[in-house]
Design a protein around this ligand. Structure first.
Ligand SMILES: [Ca+2]
Length: 208
């Protein structure tokens, strides 16, 4: 009984499909066969698979452009600070000493200084930015700064800073040797790992 109803129904569907094709008229969803539906699903899956790498590449390109713009903004803020105060925005004990690399453990002092936030190195009698000038604009994007005030790249890593603390015009710290000063701004890129070479791999390095 049930199978005879099913066979009658199937015959009806096939007739509808044939009619639809013959008439060249509208093709109702109820007229699709299972094979046709599966074909459509497979085609959609293939299109998604083909588009996915392109979408990924577009997102990566946008993130990389963002990181480049951020490093440029940081460089400009450091230059503006130097024009205003005649020194690099770092603690007194580093001034005139060996060149320094600042990572997530202390770079936030410098970012707070450049943003005129009174805290740590930029507080009390030895405040680095006593005139309270905001040299670095706070980007509107969410999550640009962590709880301490470290400036984060689009992949969540802190933008590292390397300063020519001995003011000899060259920066030499670790694998960063004899690069033009006065400052480097570094993003370790999407892999968040240092390539240990200033200009290699996916690291983004800005120096002026
Ligand atoms: Ca130096």
């Amino acid at each position: 009984m049930i199978s005879s109803i099913f066979n009658k129904r199937r015959g009806l569907v096939h007739r509808r499909v044939r009619r639809s094709f013959r008439g060249g008229g509208s093709f109702s969803c109820g007229g699709f066969t299972l094979v046709e539906l599966l074909t459509v699903i497979v085609i959609i899956a293939i299109l998604v698979a083909l588009l996915f790498p392109a979408i990924k590449t577009t997102i990566l390109k946008a993130e990389t452009n963002q990181a480049k713009a951020d490093t440029e903004a940081i460089e400009n803020a450091i230059q503006s600070y130097r024009n205003e105060y005649g020194k690099l925005p770092t603690q007194t004990s580093d001034q005139g000493g060996a060149d320094q690399l600042y990572d997530s453990s202390n770079a936030y002092h410098i970012y707070n200084t450049l943003r005129a936030i009174s805290s740590g190195w930029n507080s009390g009698a030895t405040a680095l930015n006593p005139r309270g000038i905001a040299f670095l604009e706070t980007p509107s994007r969410k999550g640009a700064f962590d709880g301490n005030g470290n400036f984060l790249d689009p992949w969540g890593g802190t933008y590292l800073l390397v300063f020519d603390c001995n003011y000899n015009g060259l920066i030499s710290v670790g694998s960063y040797t004899n690069l033009p000063g006065p400052a480097l701004v570094i993003s370790y890129g999407p892999d968040r790992v240092s390539s240990n070479v200033a200009t290699a791999a996916d690291d983004i390095v800005n120096y002026k």
